[in-house]
Design a protein. Structure first.
Length: 158
C-alpha cells in the first residue's frame, strides 16, 4: 500500500542523498555537470525546509522507501499554479509495478487546484505516466522547447 510521508528536517540528508541519485539518472536527459565534491547542483533544495510553500514527500510501499516527490507553487511558464511537481521518481527497482501512477494520482487528489507538471520529451516513461495520470483533467500542453513540455490543468476540490 502506497504511503506518503512528509520529509522533515531530520531526514534532510536522506532526501539529499536520494535526490543526488535521481539527478545522476537525469543526466541521461540533461547535461548537468557534477561539482568538485561529486554532487549535482539543486539550487532550491534547502528551501524545502524553510519555505512553507514547498513540500517534499518520501514515497513508501508499506514500510519500504520506493521514491520521493517534491512540490512547489512556482511556475515554469509564468502562470500562477497552486502546485508544480518539481521532482518525482520511483526508484528503478520498483518501476513498472504501477507505483508511480498510484502515487501521482494520490498526490494530485490530495492537492486540488491549478497544477503544472514538466517532463522531458525524451523520457518516454515519464511522458506516458503524466499523460495517463492527468488525462481526466484535460491538460493543456505547453512546449517550452523541443525537449520539454509542461502540462497545465486543474484538479477540482472535494
Amino acid at each position: 500500500m502506497i504511503r506518503l510521508q512528509t520529509v522533515q528536517e531530520n531526514n534532510k540528508n536522506l532526501l539529499w542523498n536520494i535526490n543526488q541519485k535521481y539527478l545522476y539518472e537525469m543526466t541521461n536527459y540533461y547535461d548537468d555537470p557534477m561539482d568538485e565534491n561529486g554532487n549535482f547542483h539543486y539550487g532550491h533544495f534547502d528551501e524545502y525546509f524553510s519555505d512553507p510553500k514547498r513540500t517534499a514527500y518520501f514515497i513508501y510501499n508499506d514500510d519500504t522507501l520506493i521514491g520521493f516527490a517534491m512540490l512547489c507553487p512556482y511556475s515554469n511558464i509564468d502562470r500562477d499554479p497552486d502546485h508544480t511537481m518539481a521532482e518525482f521518481t520511483i526508484f528503478p527497482t520498483y518501476r513498472r509495478k504501477h507505483f508511480a501512477a498510484e502515487t501521482a494520482g494520490t498526490i494530485l487528489k490530495d492537492h486540488p487546484g491549478k497544477w503544472e507538471i514538466k517532463y522531458n520529451e525524451k523520457k518516454c516513461a515519464a511522458k506516458k505516466l503524466w499523460y495517463a495520470v492527468t488525462s481526466e483533467y484535460a491538460p493543456e500542453k505547453v512546449h517550452l522547447n523541443e525537449e520539454e513540455t509542461v502540462l497545465v490543468f486543474e484538479v477540482p476540490g472535494l
